[in-house]
Write a protein that binds this ligand. Structure first.
Ligand code: NAG
Ligand code: NAG
Ligand code: NAG
Length: 450
C-alpha cells in the first residue's frame, strides 16, 4: 500500500511537470491543404515518419499560443511550451506601483480582461466604460496596482458593441471567428507578472523574448520613473532569476531601448529591433539598417510581408514550377549587412491569408491555407530567418523538426531530481533519421513551386 501510494505521488508529480512536445492535428491538416509539390512531399514524409518532436528555438510563441488561448496568460505560455516553442514572448508594461506585467499594451485591459465589469475598478480607468458610450473605454495597467490587476480575469482580446447597455455586453463577445472563447469563458486566467512568466517558461526549459511596450502615459511616470529605469527593470528581473543573457532576446519597437540594452547591459548581444516602418522606401531601409549597425544591434525584426514580395513572373502562377515569392529588398539588405532576422507573425491571420501580413503577395498570389508552410519555407530557405513568432507555435515547431532547425535536446519540462522520463529517448535523433530518409528536403529547389 505504501509503495502504491508513493508510486502514485511520483507519477502525479511527473505528469504535472513533464510535457513532451505535442503538436496536435493542425500541422497535419495544413499539409493536406497544400498544393502538390516538393515541399508538400517533404512535409508529408515528416508527418508520416516523425513520432517525437523537440523544442525548437526557431519556433517563438507569440503572446503564448494566442490563436486559441487568451494572450499573455500562464495558460497561453504553457500551451506554447507544449507546442515546442523554444522561445516564448511576454510583452512587458508597468502598473501604477511600477510592477512589470505581461500585456500587449499598457492600455488594453478593457479588451483583454473583464475590468469594465467590476464597477469599483472600472471607475479607476483612464476612461471608464459607460452605458451606450458609443466609443471605447480606456483602461491602463498604470491605472491600477498589481494587487488590483490580480483580481481581474484575462480573456480573449475582443470587445463587442461600443453602444452596449451593460459592461458585460461590451467586454464579452466579439471574439474573431477563427479564435475561440473555449479557454477563457467560465474560468479566470490571471494577468501574469513578468516574473511569473519567467518562472513558468523556465520550468519548460523555454527561453525568453520580452518586449518592452512603449508607455502610454507621460514619462518620466509620476515625475521620476524614466524610460531607462523601465528598460533596466525588465533586464533586472532576468538577472534576479539567474537567467543568462544567451537565453533572452529583449525586443522593442522604440530603438533607444535596444541601444540602451546594448550599451548598458550584458543582455544586449541579441537584443531585437522591431521594425514598424512598413512603408519605408529603399533609401529609408538602408538608413535604418545602417543606424542599427552603427549602434551594434545584431537582430532586426520586421513583419513577414516586409521580407517577401511576389516574384516578377507571377502571371504564370498556373504553372506548378513558377517561382512565386522572393526575398524583398529589405531582406537582402539586412542579410548583406550581416543582421540576423526574426519575423512575425505566422498563424495570426484568419482563413484566407489576406490582409496585413500578406499585403505584399495578396492579390498577386492565389494563397491556399497550406501556403502558411510555403511562406515559412521561403522565409527560412531564402530569407534565412533565425526564427518566427506564431500565434500557434505547433505549425512552426513541426516545420523546424522536419528541417532540423535549432532543435534542443531537453526533457521538455523539469522533472523531479534524478528522474529520467521514459520518453526522453533522443527525439532529435529520431527527427534526424526521418530527415535523412528524405533527401528531397536537402535538394528542394531554392525557388518555391506551387
Ligand atoms: C448599437 O449597435 C448595434 C450593433 O452595431 C446596432 O445594430 C444598433 O443600431 C446600435 N444602436 C444605437 C442606438 O446606436
Ligand atoms: C547608458 O546609461 C547612461 C547612464 O544612465 C545613459 O546616460 C546613456 O544614455 C545610456 N546609453 C544608451 C545608449 O541608452
Ligand atoms: C560598437 O562596438 C564597437 C566595438 O566594440 C565600439 O567601439 C563602439 O563604441 C560601439 N558603438 C556604440 C554606438 O556602442
Amino acid at each position: 500500500m505504501r509503495i502504491a501510494l508513493s508510486f502514485l505521488a511520483l507519477t502525479t508529480l511527473a505528469s504535472a511537470e513533464f510535457h513532451p512536445v505535442s503538436l496536435g492535428p493542425r500541422p497535419y491538416w495544413l499539409i493536406d491543404q497544400m498544393r502538390d509539390g516538393p515541399l508538400k512531399e517533404t512535409l508529408a514524409t515528416c508527418a508520416k515518419e516523425m513520432t517525437t518532436f523537440s523544442l525548437s528555438d526557431f519556433s517563438i510563441g507569440h503572446r503564448g499560443a494566442c490563436l486559441q488561448f487568451p494572450e499573455h496568460t500562464l495558460e497561453s505560455y504553457k500551451a506554447a511550451a507544449i507546442q515546442g516553442a523554444g522561445i516564448i514572448e511576454c510583452d512587458v508594461t508597468f502598473t501604477k506601483d511600477r510592477e512589470l506585467i505581461c500585456r500587449h499594451a499598457q492600455c488594453d485591459l478593457h479588451t483583454t480582461t473583464n475590468v469594465v465589469t467590476i464597477p469599483e475598478l472600472n471607475a479607476k480607468c483612464t476612461k471608464p466604460w459607460e452605458p451606450n458610450q458609443g466609443e471605447a473605454p480606456l483602461c491602463c495597467a498604470s491605472d491600477f496596482t498589481l494587487e488590483e490587476i490580480k483580481t481581474l480575469c484575462a480573456k480573449m482580446d475582443s470587445s463587442n458593441m461600443l453602444n452596449a447597455s451593460t459592461p458585460e455586453e461590451y467586454a464579452f463577445g466579439g471574439t474573431a471567428g477563427f479564435r475561440t472563447d473555449l479557454y477563457s469563458d467560465f474560468v479566470c486566467p490571471q494577468v501574469p507578472t513578468h516574473k511569473e512568466s519567467i518562472e513558468l517558461i523556465s520550468r519548460f526549459e523555454g527561453y525568453y523574448t520580452p518586449e518592452l511596450k512603449f508607455p502610454e502615459v507621460e514619462m518620466p511616470f509620476e515625475g521620476d520613473y524614466t524610460q531607462q529605469m523601465y528598460a533596466q527593470q525588465m533586464i533586472d528581473e532576468y538577472i534576479e532569476a539567474g537567467i543568462p543573457p544567451e537565453q533572452v532576446w529583449p525586443q522593442s519597437f522604440h530603438w533607444p531601448d535596444v541601444y540602451y540594452w546594448v550599451a548598458n547591459t550584458t543582455y544586449g548581444g541579441q537584443a531585437v529591433a522591431l521594425d514598424e516602418n512598413y512603408e519605408a522606401t529603399n533609401e529609408q531601409i538602408d538608413a535604418q539598417l545602417d543606424e542599427l549597425l552603427a549602434n551594434n544591434v545584431t537582430i532586426v525584426a520586421p513583419p513577414m510581408q516586409m521580407l517577401v514580395e511576389a516574384a516578377p513572373d507571377t502571371d504564370n502562377l498556373v504553372s506548378i514550377e513558377t517561382k512565386w515569392m522572393i526575398p524583398s529588398y529589405y531582406a537582402n539588405e539586412a542579410k548583406d549587412r550581416g543582421l540576423g532576422i526574426i519575423t512575425w507573425t505566422l498563424e495570426r491571420a484568419g482563413p484566407g491569408l489576406s490582409g496585413f501580413y500578406y499585403s505584399t503577395t495578396d492579390g498577386l498570389v492565389d494563397l491556399a491555407e497550406g501556403d502558411r508552410f510555403t511562406l515559412l519555407h521561403v522565409l527560412h530557405e531564402e530569407v534565412g530567418i533565425l526564427g518566427i513568432f506564431s500565434d500557434w507555435p505547433a505549425t512552426s515547431t513541426f516545420y523546424a523538426n522536419c528541417f532540423g532547425l535549432k532543435l534542443r535536446q531537453t526533457t521538455g519540462g523539469s522533472l523531479p531530481e534524478g528522474e529520467i522520463p521514459v520518453s526522453s529517448s533522443s527525439p532529435a535523433d529520431g527527427a534526424f533519421d526521418s530527415w535523412k530518409m528524405i533527401p528531397l528536403a536537402l535538394s528542394l529547389p531554392i525557388a518555391i513551386t506551387i
